[in-house]
Design a protein around this ligand. Structure first.
Ligand code: ADP
Length: 590
């Protein structure tokens, strides 16, 4: 048994011992009073009997005091052994008192012998049940009560007394034996009860955990259902619009009219909004799935601040707001691209939800950390929504889900990125006065460490060959058109073999890049086709994979940078530039 289990068992034993103590004390008092009454006939002993009775009462008083002190002790469970020994001391004093009676008042007459034997043996017999739970207490009481009387009988002349002393001795030993058995049985019962209690506690605890896990799963499920409902609603809206516009354009063409420029403009805006939504969903799923693999390094904040200022100054001016980006010397430790995305979302929100006044982006150093704050003097956020606004698709004041009022994903992305980067997000806001979103991140040592990716210098693609592998002919053609508009030559094909054929037919030029769709026909994948092409060319030509897969796992181990569909021309250009200037280390979209 462990020390802890033994301690609990002892505490229970001593608790039980004290629990039964008061009835034992009352019984002891009554027995003493009866004995005094029986022996009262001897006039010369009366004073001594009164003194003895007083001793009995004093002993009971002392033991009662010990009982109260035990009950008052808040640490009695931890100090069980200590209280056990105090109780044993009380039992010993009581034993001495009773033993004294048997010795000092002894008279060799039957009239005396009978009540005395009954009184003393009765006390010891009762103590088997009352204090036998704690063997030391019983031993002390038993031996000290009966030994003097046994001795006294033994020392007396005559067979009766000798027989009486032997009988009492046997009784004494039998009581000790029974008390020991009793203690063992009670300890076993207590141990079983404690084991059961432990088991019960454990089962209750497990049960609570299962209930909590189920609650969390249900909450997650509900959140997912809400997410899917909102996402499908938001995706269907622009798609529906696009279908109608395409029908209209188609109709116009069929009636030999030129496609209406306004309709095309609207189609473009639907495409943009759909793309924005898909991009945001993709960002969120990447951040949530932990697929972003932050590249943490030390860098200066100022270049990010500069870009924010350039990007948002016009927008702020259009709304008549003042945008202040306070210059900063701070260096921080983070992933520059992800941090910039967080700050961009926060700044866009600040401008969107502010009608007058100013938006300020600034940073403060505190201890070893840097606090970047995006402050606005806008509508503010009520207390009850402070947590929910970080949930996907949660928007205040947009029950009709008007996409012009935002997607409801910006803060969810900020939150997911902050968790990925281990940065603390803080929000202070007063409705009607404005909000402060703060990102707390570690400061980095200033130094010549590589700075955040600067806006990419465009690489000249004039006359360069680019391979395009895609099993979808319209997409391949569209890509080729875009690339050709930049002055490139394109070797396209459904797989590496077709592209090789085109290159061979064109005199085997060395392409500057290979663009390969990730999933191709016949179970082929872009990365393998690109590797085959590289082998054919005998050169390590840069590769950019194109995928429509939203599952980050799918391309996690592709080994090449990935760009997600739908691709806009300017994004493709930026990725190609990055690829060709060796800056595109990431396995995901910029
Ligand atoms: P949205 O696309 O609607 O801006 P977000 O996830 O970025 O989605 O924000 C969720 C909601 O939080 C918003 O709809 C808006 O009600 C509230 N919110 C976000 N930023 C601010 C801010 N700076 N001031 C007031 N409300 C804000």
């Amino acid at each position: 048994m462990t020390v802890e289990a033994e301690q609990r068992l002892l505490a229970e034993q001593v608790g039980l011992l004290h629990h039964q103590a008061p009835s034992g004390y009352i019984g002891s008092f009554v027995s003493a009073a009866v004995l005094v009454w029986v022996l009262w006939d001897e006039p010369q002993e009366r004073t001594n009997l009164l003194i003895w009775m007083f001793m009995v009462c004093a002993t009971i008083g002392l033991r009662w005091f010990e009982f109260e002190a035990y009950r008052a002790d808040s640490r009695r469970l931890q100090r069980a052994a200590w209280w056990g020994w105090w109780f044993t001391l009380g039992a010993a004093i009581s034993g001495v008192t009773w033993g004294y009676l048997g010795w000092a008042f002894f008279q060799p007459t039957l009239l005396f012998l009978l009540p005395m034997t009954l009184g003393l043996a009765g006390q010891v017999g009762l103590s088997v049940t009352s204090i036998g739970i704690f063997l030391p207490a019983h031993v002390a009481f038993n031996v000290l009560t009966l030994t003097p009387f046994v001795l006294r009988n033994y020392l007396e002349e005559g067979r009766l007394f000798f027989g009486q002393s032997i009988a009492l001795l046997v009784f004494m030993i039998a009581c000790l034996f029974f008390a020991r058995r009793q203690q063992t049985m009670i300890r076993e019962a207590i141990r079983l009860r404690l084991d059961n209690q432990d088991l019960f506690d454990q089962v209750t605890h497990e049960n609570e955990r299962v209930v909590e896990a189920r609650r969390q799963a249900e909450t997650a499920n509900e959140a997912k259902t809400r997410f899917l409902a909102a996402a499908s609603h938001d995706l269907r809206q622009p798609l529906q619009a696009m279908t109608l516009f395409v029908d209209a354009i188609d109709d116009g063409i069929r009636r030999r009219k030129e496609a209406d420029a306004v309709l095309v403009g609207k189609l473009r805006s639907s495409c943009d909004s759909l793309e924005m939504l898909l991009d945001s969903l993709l960002d969120l799923s990447h951040a949530d799935a932990g697929a972003l693999k932050p590249e943490v390094r030390d860098f200066a904040l100022q270049p990010i601040f500069d870009r924010l200022r350039r990007e948002f100054t016009d927008q702020a001016a259009e709304k008549g707001l003042l945008l202040r980006v306070v210059p900063s010397q701070a260096w921080v430790r983070s992933d520059p691209a992800l941090l910039e995305r967080m700050l961009r979302n926060l700044t866009a929100n600040a401008l969107r939800y502010t009608e007058q006044g100013a938006v300020m982006v600034c940073c403060r150093k505190r201890g070893g950390n840097v606090h970047i704050e995006v402050r606005d003097s806008g509508i503010g956020i009520p207390d009850h929504a402070r947590r929910e606004i970080f949930h996907e698709f949660y928007q205040l004041d947009n029950p009709e889900r008007d996409r012009r009022k935002g997607l409801g994903l910006g803060l969810a992305i900020v939150d997911a990125l902050a968790r990925q980067l281990g940065h603390r997000l803080d929000l202070r806001s007063t409705p009607g006065r404005g909000s402060v979103f703060a990102v707390e991140l570690p400061s980095g040592p200033p130094g010549p460490a590589p700075n955040v990716q600067s806006p990419l210098a465009s690489v000249g693609l004039e006359g360069a060959w680019i391979v395009v592998i895609d099993d979808n002919a319209p997409i391949r053609d569209a890509l080729a058109k875009v690339l050709e508009s930049w002055g490139c030559y394109v070797a396209g094909g459904e797989n590496a073999d077709e592209a090789m054929a085109v290159l061979t037919a064109s005199g085997r030029p060395t392409p500057v890049a290979i663009l390969a769709d990730w999933r191709l026909r016949e179970g082929r994948v872009g990365s393998e086709e690109a590797l085959r092409l590289r082998e054919f060319l005998g050169q390590v030509v840069p590769v950019l994979l194109i995928t429509g897969d939203t599952d980050p796992e799918a391309t996690r181990n592709a080994g090449f940078p990935v760009i997600h569909k739908p691709i806009q021309a300017f994004r493709l250009r930026a990725r190609l530039d990055a690829l060709l200037t060796n800056q595109d280390a990431k396995n995901s979209d910029p």
